[in-house]
Design a protein around this ligand. Structure first.
Ligand code: GLY
Ligand code: MN
Ligand code: MN
Length: 464
């Protein structure tokens, strides 16, 4: 009989221990996220820390994970408390934690300081994520207490290592279980976008003069997320009617969506701690106008070019370069940019003149965080001269190469504000199309395509 497969959480903790051993040993400490007050005695809904949950599957606040390079793991968690559990819910408690989570031992939160001082004694190094707010001061306190014991022959770690790059390197490549969860999240988000489109189609079908406030469309998205078992949105949803689509971080308000306008929806749910990130832009009443369709097809072509450039061995930035080339050419063809003023497509790219209408990147890592951890530059390659985002060139490390198991978004857009010299027919049109791409052995798999992208397919969906 083969040995049972260890849980992914145990395997991840073992990888951290092994990496620390290879670098001379030590103790790693990973707190979960703090609770956040909203107002008075009312907190924001609790969301665990992504790294902590990645290593434990444990979602209670007030928790810490300690990993030794010898492989010993300790959970620090809230103690059982009959009174508090009546108000806030059942706690796992330290007694049950080893069996439930596979840690070697567990202690109550009020023993955190003495536990850390004990675990750090005579260790060569302490490993922690340097970007964790407030943790540095906490560690300094533990080290100080240890240094005060030097006359007793106890040594404090002399070295601090940043744990964040190690965790990021692990998290950027998703395992089979993570991919399955991310597929579920993307499928639910796609269904929510379909629901929003159908909702608008039905309302304008019943009354062509309808005016649907953005918040009603947002409510359709939230309904689909929750009824499907998602925790909720993975980030603040964008539902932008008409000209509001040209505000990149617009949040849904009460602006009425009217027939003839486009609606841009950027909304994705979180499932079991994993994000999806999906954008569609659709005509309120189910029919693209001529100018809208021209720009929509251009963004769709840019996305197709970026998708083709998203494959193992390609660099993350290749997708952006591919999208920019299509968009820049389209800006010249439509007259958004004046060829006489800005030159040909190569000149538009070199000067970054396209940024007037396309000012953000084409993708980011996606995972537990919507903008997930992971290096964007290749750590092990020397700097090279390359195009700068703002025009011209810059010398820096090349963009990172994609590998199977990585997940990125592909999200080109066009945003046309009214301006002199810009053809009026395009004014106030904002379009973005965003899908979630799992890098596979041969290319990429768009896991959010449960909602159509082609203009004709969106129109067909909104006809029924
Ligand atoms: N929804 C956040 C983003 O697209 O990056
Ligand atoms: Mn995104
Ligand atoms: Mn998005």
């Amino acid at each position: 009989m083969s040995a049972p497969t260890p849980s992914p959480y145990l395997a991840r903790r073992a990888r951290i221990a092994a990496a620390m051993r290879d670098a001379g040993g030590g103790i790693a400490v990973v707190p979960t996220a703090p609770e956040r007050q909203r107002n008075s005695d009312n907190d924001h809904p609790y969301r665990h820390g992504s790294d902590f949950h990645y290593l434990t599957s444990f979602a209670e606040p007030g928790s810490w994970l300690v990993i030794g390079s010898d492989g010993r793991t300790t959970l620090v968690c809230r103690p059982k408390d009959v009174e508090r559990e009546l108000w806030d819910g059942i706690r796992l408690g330290p007694d049950a934690a080893p069996a439930a989570l596979g840690v070697d031992d567990a202690v109550a939160l009020d023993r955190l300081d003495e536990t850390m001082v004990e675990r750090l004694a005579d260790q060569p190094a302490v490993w922690w994520s340097f970007d964790t707010p407030g943790l540095g001061a906490r560690i300094d306190g533990w080290l100080e207490r240890l240094r005060s014991k030097s006359r007793m022959g106890v040594e404090a770690p002399g070295v601090q290592h940043d744990l964040a790059p190690l965790l990021a390197a692990m998290r950027v490549r998703k395992d089979a279980g993570e991919i399955e969860t991310m597929r579920r999240a993307a499928a639910i988000s796609a269904a929510a976008h379909v629901r929003a489109m159908r909702f608008c189609a039905a309302r304008f079908g019943a009354d062509p003069r309808a005016a649907i406030p953005e918040y009603e469309i947002e409510a359709e998205l939230l309904h689909e997320f929750r009824r499907s078992g998602a925790e909720g949105p993975a980030y603040t949803s964008i539902v932008a009617a008409g000209a509001n689509a040209c505000i990149l971080h617009y949040t849904p308000g009460a602006t009425p969506l009217k027939a003839g306008e486009l609606c841009l929806v950027d909304a994705g749910c979180e499932v079991d701690g994993y994000a999806s990130d999906v954008t569609r832009t659709f005509p309120a009443d189910g029919r693209f106008g001529a100018a809208q369709r021209e720009l929509y097809d251009l963004v769709e072509a840019a996305q197709a070019a970026a998708v083709a450039a998203t494959k193992p061995g390609a660099r993350l930035r290749d997708a952006h370069a591919a999208a920019v080339r299509v968009l820049a050419q389209g800006m010249l063809d439509t007259g958004l940019l004046d060829r006489n003023a800005v030159g040909d497509v190569d000149a538009v790219i070199a000067s970054a003149a396209y940024r007037k209408f396309y000012m953000h990147g084409t993708g980011h890592w996606l995972g537990r965080d919507v903008h997930d951890v992971g290096d964007y530059q290749s750590a092990h390659e020397p700097p090279v001269e390359q195009p700068d985002w703002l025009g011209g060139t810059v010398v820096k490390k090349p963009s990172r190469k994609l590998e199977p198991g990585m997940v990125v978004t592909i999200e080109p857009g066009l945003y046309v504000r009214p301006a002199e010299g810009v053809p009026e027919r395009y004014w106030n049109i904002g379009i973005r199309i965003e899908d979630d791409a799992l890098v596979t052995e041969n290319g990429c798999d768009l896991i959010s395509r449960g909602v159509p992208v082609a203009a004709a397919e969106i129109e067909a969906l909104m006809r029924v």
